[in-house]
Design a protein. Structure first.
Ligand code: PLP
Length: 367
C-alpha cells in the first residue's frame, strides 16, 4: 500500500536514536519541562525569527492559551473557517467565545473578502488556518484587523516549513499555534504543540498558564491548565528537527512532480502548487468524481484521504447549539478535494504509480 502518511516509518527510522536518548532521560528522572524542552523551544524560536516559543501539550492548547492571553472569552466573537480540523473551532468554544465561520476562496483559505462582512463590535480575533501548509495572505488579514483592534491568531498546526518571503509563517499575527501531533510533518511520538508570539504579555501568560500559574512549586499567580510538554516528546522532536529540512525538500519535490505530471488531466493540480512557500503537509487534487477516484486508487493499493469530509458547520457538535450557516465554497470543496500521498518515505516509483493510476482513472471516466 502506498500510504498517505509515514507515521510508522518515521518512528521506526529513528527508533534507535530516540530510545537511546530516552534511556538517558529515564536514568536522569527528567520527565516534564526539562532541558530537552528548553532546547526544543530554543530551536523553534530560532526557526521563527527569534519570537517567543512556548511549548505546550498540543496545538489546541496553543490556540486556547493565545485567546486567553488576549483576554478573549464570553461575549466575544472569533472568526475562522469551517474546513479545518475541529480543534480550531473547539478551542474558540473552550475559551468561552462564539465561533463565527467564514467561507473560503477557491484556494480553500479564508481571506479579507470573506472575513470583513462578518466583523462587528464583538469580533475580538480572526484565526486564519494555513490549511495543508499552504501559504495565505496573512498581511492583508492583519491590515484588516489591526485598525479595528482585532487580534490575528495564526493556526499554523499544519504549517511547519511554510514560508512567507522566506520566513517561517506564524510570527506576523499576535500569536500562532503549531501542532506536533505524530501525523504532522514535525510530529512527536505523542501530543505536543507550540505557541509562538512576539507579544511579551501573551508569552508570559502562556508560560505561566501552561503550568497552573505556578511561579514556584507552591505559589500560583493565576489559574491555568496543565499543558506541559514532556521531556520524552521534546527529546524525540529535537532529534527529528535535524531532518526536517530534508523531509520538507522531498515533499516539495513530490509536489512539483505531481504538479507537472497531472497538467492537462481533468483532475486539477494542487491549488497551492504555483505559490512559493508551501510546505505540502497535504498535497491535494480536486475532482468532481472525488469519491470514485478515491475508491479507484484504493483498488490499486494507493491510499488517498479526505481532509475534511465534514465541514465544521455540519458536525453534530456544531449543530447542537450553533446557528445554521451556509458556506457554499467550503461545502463544494469538501466534496471535491482528495489528499494524495506526499511524504519523504515515497520513492519516485511510488509517485509515478499514483500519477499513472490517476491518468487511467481519467481515461476510464471519459469512456
Ligand atoms: C488546522 C489544525 N488546527 C489545530 C489542530 C490541533 O492540534 P493538536 O492536535 O496538536 O491539538 C490541528 C491538528 O490536527 C490542525 O490540523
Amino acid at each position: 500500500m502506498i500510504k498517505c502518511n509515514n507515521v510508522q516509518e518515521q518512528a521506526q527510522d529513528l527508533s534507535a536514536l530516540i530510545l537511546q536518548h530516552w534511556q538517558e532521560l529515564l536514568a536522569a528522572g527528567d520527565f516534564v519541562l526539562g532541558e530537552e524542552v528548553v532546547k526544543f523551544e530554543a530551536w523553534m524560536s530560532e526557526r521563527c525569527n527569534g519570537a517567543y516559543a512556548i511549548s505546550l501539550n498540543s496545538g489546541t492548547d496553543a490556540l486556547l492559551l493565545a485567546m486567553r492571553g488576549l483576554e478573549i472569552g464570553p461575549g466575544d466573537e472569533v472568526i475562522t473557517c469551517a474546513n479545518t480540523f475541529v480543534a480550531t473551532v473547539g478551542a474558540i468554544v473552550a475559551a468561552g467565545a462564539k465561533p463565527v465561520l467564514a467561507d473560503v476562496g477557491d484556494d480553500e483559505l479564508i481571506n479579507v473578502d470573506t472575513i470583513e462582512p462578518l466583523m462587528n463590535a464583538r469580533t475580538k480575533a480572526v484565526i486564519p488556518v494555513y490549511l495543508r501548509g499552504r501559504p495565505l495572505n496573512v498581511n492583508a488579514i492583519i491590515d484588516l484587523c489591526r485598525p479595528r483592534g482585532v487580534a490575528v491568531i495564526e493556526d499554523c498546526a499544519q504549517a511547519i516549513g511554510t514560508t512567507l518571503d522566506g520566513h517561517q509563517v506564524g510570527t506576523r499575527g499576535d500569536a500562532s499555534a503549531f501542532s506536533m501531533h505524530p501525523l504532522k510533518t514535525l510530529g512527536g511520538l505523542g501530543d505536543g504543540g507550540m505557541l509562538v508570539t512576539t507579544n511579551t504579555k501573551i508569552a508570559d501568560y502562556a508560560r505561566r498558564a501552561r503550568n497552573h500559574g505556578l511561579e514556584t512549586r507552591n505559589e500560583s499567580v493565576l489559574f491555568g491548565i496543565n499543558s506541559r510538554l514532556d521531556s520524552l516528546q521534546a527529546s524525540a522532536l529535537n532529534i527529528k528537527v535535524q531532518y526536517l529540512d530534508q523531509w520538507l525538500k522531498r515533499r516539495l519535490e513530490i509536489a512539483a512532480f505531481y504538479d507537472q505530471a497531472l497538467i492537462g488531466t481533468a483532475t486539477a493540480v494542487d491549488l497551492g502548487g504555483g505559490k512559493p512557500g508551501g510546505s505540502f503537509y497535504h498535497y491535494v487534487v480536486q475532482s468532481k468524481h472525488r469519491d470514485r477516484l478515491q475508491r479507484y486508487l484504493t483498488e490499486y493499493d494507493i491510499q488517498a484521504a479526505i481532509h475534511y469530509p465534514t465541514p465544521i458547520h455540519w458536525q453534530k457538535a456544531w449543530l447542537k447549539n450553533q446557528p445554521q450557516v451556509v458556506l457554499p465554497n467550503t461545502e463544494r470543496l469538501s466534496r471535491e478535494m482528495l489528499t494524495l500521498p506526499c511524504h519523504h518515505h515515497l520513492t519516485d516509483s511510488d509517485v509515478e504509480k499514483v500519477v499513472g493510476a490517476i491518468k487511467r482513472f481519467e481515461l476510464m471516466k471519459i469512456r
